[in-house]
Each structure stands twice: as C-alpha cells, then as structure tokens.
Design a protein around this ligand. Structure first.
Ligand code: PLP
Length: 449
C-alpha cells in the first residue's frame, strides 16, 4: 500500500536521499509541491503560488496543458522508446516542426536531452567543421553545466569548474545600463561592443577561432536585449573570418520573446541554434541543435562523432509535437508578444516610476528583468555582484516577501526577472504585477531615498 503522502513525508525522503543541484545540501529547505496547473502550483498546506518564473523559464505553456498531457499519455501507451538509429514518426514530425520555425537553411535537427548537451554538440560541430579549437563567448551568460557549456558560461557558476584547457575566451557583450564601454546611447554601445569583439578576434587569431557562442537575448544573466545592429555585426564578423555563429536560444526560444526564435526580432540567421526548455514546455526533457546546410554537409559522408542513448526520445518528441501544435493553435507566441507590449512592459515601467529600488526595466514578450538598485542615480546594485549571506539580505528579504504573498519570483543577484508562462492570462499577469508592487516596498527600504 502506498504510504499517506504529506509535506513531511515528501520532505523527509528528499532530505535523506535527494542531492540537489547548485546547493549546499545541509542549508536548503525545498518546498514540497503537491500539484500544478496553468500558471500556478501549490504546496501540501494549501498555499498557491503564481509562477512568475515558469519554473526555470521553461513552462512556456504553463503546467498540465491538457493537449500535451494527452499526447504524453498516448505516446507512452503506443511506444515509449526506440534507439536513435531508427526513423520514428514522432521524431520525424518534431524535427519537421522545429526546422519549419528556425531561420534560413537550419533544416537539420540533432536532438539532445537538454540545453547543455545542445551547446556541447554545437561546439563539437563547429570545431569539426572549421578544424579550429577556440570558442568565444560573452561574460554575463549561461550555457549549461556540462564541460564545454560551463566553460562558455560567463558568470560565477563557471568558476568552480573552470578548466584552462577548454579553449574558451570571454568578451563583453552590449549592456548599456552597465556599459563595459562607457557608452551613453544604444548606438554607441553597439558600435563599441562590435569593435571590442573584432579586437578580441584579431588578438586571439581569427584562424584559430571555431565559433562565437551567444545567447540571442542573455537570460539568467539579465535579459539584456541586444541593440539593433549588434547581432548582424556579429554575423558579419563571423562571415569575414570563417567563424561558426552559434545562437543559444535555450531560454529565449519557443515563444519566450514573442517570436518562435528571438533571432527573428533582428532578422539574423546563425549557423547553429541551440534549443531546449520551451520546446516541450519542460514536460519531458528535450533539447537540440538546428544545423545549417553547410555544417550538415560536413557530416554527409563523414560520420558525426557524437550521440546519446536518448537522442530524439519518442516520448520527448511526441511532447514537442503536441507543444508546438498547441502553441500554434492557441496563438501562444503572438499572445506573448502582446503581453509584453500591452501588459508587462507598461506595468513594469509603472512600477519603476513608483519604486526607488527599480533602476531599469528591460525585456520583451514574456521575458523581462528589473534591476534593483540602492540608488537610481549611481545605479549601485541592491546587493553586490555574487553576494552571499548577510550581503545578500536585501534580495533575500524581497524574495521572501514575494513568496509570502503567493508570487513565485525568479531572482538572480540584484535582479528579479518577470518570466511567467507565455500563455498567462492578462488578469493573472496583472495580479502578479500587483503582488510584485507590494514586495518591491521591501526592496525600497534598502535604497538611499
Ligand atoms: N543555455 C541557456 C541560455 C540556458 O538558460 C540554460 C539553462 O538555463 C542552458 C543553456 C542549459 O540548459 P539545461 O539546464 O537544459 O542543460
């Protein structure tokens, strides 16, 4: 007989046996979740949370979408698994649906289990295609927690796993609010960021650079929408030097920015696109790389030296097919675009006017960041970069205030990101903004004014 499940039994087994990611095991107290639907999840004590984080920015169509749940059920009953070497109806269909949405001639799909493996394989493809080793990526980025992906990452999560032999060189991307280039306009920031990248390539030796890997819109690092012209400029540098341009759309893709892929906003076609998260709304793990014709051709008669037992897993591919079809039928991508323009953008800008702690609001679609600061004039962050313990108290208090009010926030360093499901209703989104409004008064107490 199944034992009676309570928050206490779930937590006890968790604390005894589950080893959690990114955590000091003895210092965490994970919430025991009893269920979830749409934009909400709840615990065993009847506390309900509006998920303004979409879990880890992946439940793009919310929880328990009935069409996707049904597709998982049907596929599980029909055929749970097959090795990657077979042609499988749902794998073929998922690849077709994805390839139809990627830009340019990125028409071949290599499937992985998630984002980091997508990045690993994109880098492998770029190195083999060019015969070069070095890879350039940006500070203020996250690309995953496996070997190449964590070395590409440009934030403190890389530090404990840094390997000097990884062949990665970091550069600064555009971020006007905290410009590395002392720029004062978006145009200036764009021009100087491109000049800095051109210099980095020149001094690293263009003939040794296999790839430039960039998040189209950097996600966890702060949702810095690139200035017009930046991605086109990177494309031009890659073309000039025979470098493979990899866009990491693991977080920004599949509707998050109000387009299927964020690169559409700037009309830029990279050579490889990494995707994961929203492709299945996280219901079953899936990621992949969309590959250009030229790179696919490299492996036409030469075997591609990479693979995974679960590459193109039927259950995951059936989930992707159902997710993409549901998003199409329900206009989820267009909804996310409108949500950004009509509700989240204006609502968050109004919060910035009212709250001394909100230094900047930026984003698009269902992908927004608020920079919390001690002083709007100096832009001093509410907590120092990578703060821990007492230094992080203002952000910890803000986070606790959100949760106490029933809002589940996404928090990173001195920022809170507003990244609800792309299909969140307008009423729910406004409810979330009202809860955020309350919680920001806690952050305001730590400001200079
Ligand atoms: N790339 C980006 C931009 C991400 O945001 C993430 C995860 O947050 C990853 C890669 C890694 O994906 P995964 O955790 O599925 O390996």
């Amino acid at each position: 007989m199944t034992p009676h499940v309570t928050a206490a039994t779930v937590k006890a087994a968790d604390r005894a046996h589950v080893f959690h990611s990114w955590s000091a095991q003895a210092l965490i107290d994970p919430l025991a979740v009893a269920g979830a639907e749409g934009s909400y999840f709840w615990d065993y004590d009847g506390n309900r949370f509006l998920d303004f984080a979409s879990q880890l920015v992946n439940t793009n169509i919310g929880h328990q979408h009935p069409k996707v749940v049904e597709a998982v059920r049907e596929q599980a009953a029909r055929l749970c698994t097959l090795a990657p070497g077979f042609a499988v109806d749902v794998r073929s269909e998922a690849a077709r649906l994805i390839a139809e949405r990627t830009p340019g001639d990125l028409d071949k799909i290599f499937f992985t289990n998630g984002g980091a493996e997508a990045v690993e394989n994109a880098v492998r493809m770029a190195r083999l295609h060019t015969g070069r080793q070095k890879v350039l990526s940006a500070y203020r980025s996250y690309h995953g927690a496996t070997a190449a992906a964590i070395n590409l990452t440009g934030d403190p999560r890389r530090w404990p796993s840094d390997t000097a032999s990884a062949g990665v060189v970091h550069f600064w991307g555009p971020y006007l609010y905290r410009s590395a280039f002392h720029a004062s306009t978006e145009a200036e920031e764009c021009e100087r960021a491109l000049a800095h990248l051109a210099d980095t390539i020149a001094f690293e030796g263009p003939q040794s650079v296999a790839a430039i890997v960039l998040e189209t819109v950097p996600g966890t690092a702060g949702i810095m929408t690139p200035p017009d012209g930046y991605l086109a400029g990177v494309r031009e540098l890659c073309d000039r030097h025979g470098i493979v341009f990899v866009l990491d759309e693991v977080m920004a893709g599949f509707g998050r920015t109000g387009r299927w892929f964020a690169s559409e906003h700037w009309d830029v076609t990279p050579d490889l696109i990494c995707f994961a998260k929203g492709v299945t709304s996280g219901y079953v793990p899936l990621g992949g790389v969309a590959i250009s014709a030229a790179i696919a051709e490299t492996f036409a008669t030469r075997p591609y030296p990479g693979g995974l037992t679960y590459s193109g897993h039927p259950l995951a591919c059936a989930t992707a097919v159902a997710t993409i079809n549901a998003m199409e039928e329900e206009g989820v991508v267009e909804h996310a675009a409108r949500l950004g323009e009509d509700v989240l953008g204006p609502g968050l800008r109004a919060l910035a006017e009212r709250h001394p702690s909100v230094g900047e609001v930026r984003g698009l679609g269902a992908f927004w960041a608020l920079e919390l600061v001690r002083d709007k004039g100096t832009r001093e962050p509410l907590v120092p970069y990578n703060a821990a313990g007492a230094d992080n108290a203002p952000m910890a208090e803000f986070t606790a205030a959100c949760k106490a009010s029933g809002l589940w926030p996404f928090v990173n360093m001195n920022r809170t990101h507003v990244v609800p499901p792309c299909n969140i209703g307008e009423t729910e989104a406004k409810e979330g903004l009202a809860l955020l409004d309350e919680a920001l008064t806690v952050a305001d107490r730590h400001t200079a004014s």
